[in-house]
Design a protein around this ligand. Structure first.
Ligand code: SAH
Length: 346
C-alpha cells in the first residue's frame, strides 16, 4: 500500500503524474489536502474515477483518531491514532499560552526494553513511516479551524525510540518543516532518545536545529543497565558525550530527562553521580516522578523526596526543574492508553 503522506511535493507529483496521468497542479492540490488531513472523499475536484482508483492503491491520510480523552483540569488531550493496518499509536496534545505541543509516536511498540515503560512491554511491532508520523500532526490540526497551525510545537516523545527508526524520522522532519508543507520550524521540535549514540552524533553532523533530549534516569552504568538495557551498548559517558557534541555543533538546547523511581535512582548519591557526570556541560535537567505502570511494579518517588532530589541538584549547581505535569486526570504513562485499548479490543 502506498502512503501518499510519505511523499514530499516533488515525489508526490512524480508519482501521480507518471502512474495516474495527474497534472502537476492537481498533484499540488492533493499535497495541500494531505497536509490538511483531507481524505480522498473530500478531494472534491478530482473525478470520481480517479478517486476510486487512488483509493484502491493508496492511503491518503495515514492515521485517524479513534479515541480522545480530554483533561478537565487543563484541556490536555490524549489521542489514539489508528493506522491503515489496524495498529494503534498514541499522542498527547498539551496547550500552553505560547501554542500547542503535540507529542507523537515514532514506532508501534518499542524494542529498547526500559523496565519502567509501558510502550516496550510487547516489544517492537513495526516502525512508523514518515507519513504515519506526519499524519498524527495533520489529524490533530484538522480538529481545529486552523488546519495548518493548530499544532505549533512537536515532541518526538511518544511510543518508540525515534533514533531506532532513523530514516523515517529524518524524512518526517523534512516533511513537517518543508515550506510546501506544514512549515513547522525545527526549533519548535524536540527529539527524545534513550541514548543511541551514533545516531545522536549523526543528527549533530547533519546540522539539525531541533532540541535534543537524553533520557538518562541514572548516571551509574551498572545501575542504569538494570533499568535501561541500551546502556549495554552505549555507556552514560558516551551518551552524555554525544549530547555535548550535539550542543557544540548546533548550539541548540540540550536536555537530560530524569524520571525518579522510588528507591531506585532518587537518593543523594544518585544526585552526586548525576552532577559529576554533567559537570562542564551546558545542559538542563528535567525531573519527573515515574508514572506507575501496573505491569512493572515500580513506583514513582513521593512528592517530598522529589523536592529533596531537586534541592540536592540545586546545591550541586545543576540546573534542574520539575517538569510540569499536565492532564493528570487522564494520565496513563507512555504506552498505557494503547495497552488498555488492545486489552479491550484485541
Ligand atoms: N524512546 C525515547 C522517547 C520515548 S519515551 C526516549 O527514551 O527518550 C519518552 C520519555 O518518557 C522518556 O524519557 C522515557 O524514559 C519516559 N518514560 C517512559 N515511561 C515512563 C513512565 N512510566 N513514567 C515516566 N516517564 C516515563
Amino acid at each position: 500500500m502506498v502512503i501518499l503522506q510519505d511523499y514530499n511535493l516533488t515525489e508526490l507529483t512524480e508519482f501521480l503524474t507518471s502512474n495516474y496521468g495527474v497534472k502537476p497542479f492537481v498533484a499540488r492540490q492533493i499535497f495541500q489536502w494531505l497536509n490538511r488531513s483531507v481524505d480522498f472523499d473530500g478531494m472534491t475536484n478530482l473525478s470520481k474515477t480517479l478517486r476510486e482508483q487512488l483509493k484502491t492503491d493508496c492511503v491518503a491520510v495515514a492515521s485517524r483518531i479513534v479515541q480522545t480523552l480530554t483533561s478537565e483540569q487543563d484541556g490536555t488531550q490524549k489521542f489514539l491514532f489508528e493506522l491503515f493496518d489496524g495498529n494503534v499509536v498514541e499522542g498527547v496534545l498539551m496547550k500552553y499560552k505560547y501554542g500547542n505541543t503535540l507529542c507523537v509516536s515514532s514506532q508501534v511498540g518499542c524494542r529498547m526494553g526500559c523496565k519502567f515503560c509501558a510502550s516496550t512491554l510487547g516489544g517492537l511491532v513495526r516502525n512508523l513511516s514518515a507519513g504515519e508520523i506526519l499524519s498524527q500532526v495533520t489529524s490533530v490540526n484538522a480538529l481545529s479551524n486552523d488546519r495548518e497551525r493548530y499544532v505549533t510545537n512537536i515532541v518526538l516523545m511518544g511510543s518508540g525510540e525515534p533514533l531506532d527508526n532513523f530514516e523515517n524520522v529524518v524524512k518526517f522532519l523534512q516533511l513537517v518543516t518543508s515550506k510546501d508543507g506544514l512549515n513547522v520550524s525545527e526549533r519548535n521540535i524536540s527529539l527524545s532518545t534513550c541514548g543511541i549514540v551514533p545516531r545522536m552524533r549523526q543528527l549533530a553532523d547533519m546540522g539539525c536545529s531541533l532540541n535534543l533530549t537524553l533520557s538518562l534516569h541514572n548516571a551509574d552504568n551498572e545501575q542504569r543497565k538494570s533499568i535501561m538495557p541500551v546502556t549495554n551498548a552505549y555507556s552514560v559517558e558516551e551518551a552524555v558525550g554525544a549530547l555535548r557534541y550535539y550542543f557544540n555543533k548546533t548550539s541548540r538546547r540540550v536536555i537530560v530527562e530524569y524520571t525518579l523511581i522510588d528507591g531506585v535512582n532518587d537518593s543523594h548519591s544518585h544526585a552526586l553521580k548525576l552532577a559529576s557526570l554533567l559537570s562542564g556541560i551546558t545542559v538542563h535537567v528535567n525531573v519527573i516522578a515515574l508514572n506507575p505502570v501496573k505491569e512493572t511494579g515500580l513506583k514513582g518517588t513521593r512528592e517530598a523526596n522529589v523536592k529533596k532530589f531537586l534541592n540536592y541538584l540545586s546545591a550541586l549547581g545543576v540546573s534542574a526543574t520539575r517538569r510540569r505535569t499536565m492532564g493528570q486526570d487522564i494520565e496513563g504513562a507512555c504506552g498505557q492508553l494503547r495497552r488498555r485499548y488492545l486489552e479491550q479490543n484485541g
